[in-house]
Write a protein that binds this ligand. Sequence first.
Ligand SMILES: C[S@@+](CC[C@H](N)C(=O)[O-])C[C@H]1O[C@@H](n2cnc3c(N)ncnc32)[C@H](O)[C@@H]1O
Length: 385
Amino acid sequence: MDYPKIYIKKNKEKALKNRHSWIFSGAIATKSKMNEGDIVEIRKSNGQLAAYAFFVNGQSIVAKIFEHTDKPLILDKNYWKNKIFKAAQLRKLLKNTTAFRLIFAEGDFFPGLIIDVYNQIAVVQTYHLGIDKIFSYITEALDELGYKHIFVKKTPEKSQITPGWHTEPYNEQIIIIENGLKFYVDIEQGQKTGFYIDQRDNRKLIEYYAKDRTVLNLFSYTGGFSLYALRAGAKSVDSVDVSEKALELAQKNVELNGLDTSKHAVHAQNCFDFLDNMPANYYDLIVIDPPAFAKSQNTVPNAAKGYKELNLKAFRKIKSGGIIFTFSCSQRIVPELFRKIIFEAAADSGRKIRILHQLKQSIDHPINIYHPESEYLKGLVLYVE
Ligand SMILES: C[S@@+](CC[C@H](N)C(=O)[O-])C[C@H]1O[C@@H](n2cnc3c(N)ncnc32)[C@H](O)[C@@H]1O
């Protein structure tokens, strides 16, 4: 098939050679006529084929590569279905969960597509018009993998894919099981696709430390870290979130697992205020898992201030010998910057602080080694003397 072509400037071929997923406007020498959402060929300045991409027509990112190759490919139904089957193959490495990310965009060489699985339900989010053209292959592959219920949560402007159910709706309450704990998941009204699947391994780690501790779970959502802490035998757990709906589910999740409800309290509050008003030397395990503060490059400085403030407040008040699980899921806050922010908060607090673990997203959010932007979740477990 004859695809429209983008030719890259000779002095801008390095990113292509390094198999990065994005083509920036400044790298383009010439291009043929193309429409947003088209599949296009990326060619070197000497005309040699280098990759296939979606033409996304952004201000800065013009095309997103889904295959680096110097050999022409037939991009038919089988190609796209195989891409999904290969991603499913990697997920066979997962243990003890009925919820996972099946497709993680660039992390699975599939820019513009996120698919999260909750039992037999696939929840799809699409981010550019290129996905429209192959959507029927995606649903076919999902059906073949056994996902009988497909729900589209999010599509970009101008997309022809309608949000909502694309199969028989699943009308029961969804309950997933993660490491033996049950969670209600609300895919339609909940945040993201319904659950923060990416924190699975980090939630499990809190079990190692939570016994007999007084736990504060800041930005708790539906109580992920809280449930693991309760199961581990925490003295008490306070879950704090601005979303009352999320906290309602957190309470229900504690009950669903037969955990001691008298040890769990929820607080519908801004976490910054909660930290200001809480007593010092009371909590000895604090989780800080805020939403992404930096959504774009120009918000990074303010986001950094936000992360620093949160962590500083926690450092000042945590009991001696306390443990802090602190995270940032802003892709723009790279791991080195996050560590620097935490270092600055630590220095200002004057406390003796050591790093016990350096954490990241779970394996169903694989980091594409050629695309560092796919590493977005960073965490540190700190010991505060
Ligand atoms: C990244 S999610 C936390 C996920 C959670 N740790 C889990 O394991 O499921 C961030 C949460 O922060 C809440 N949130 C956002 N801004 C907040 C604020 N200023 N104070 C309290 N909660 C906030 C959102 O409602 C959301 O539930």
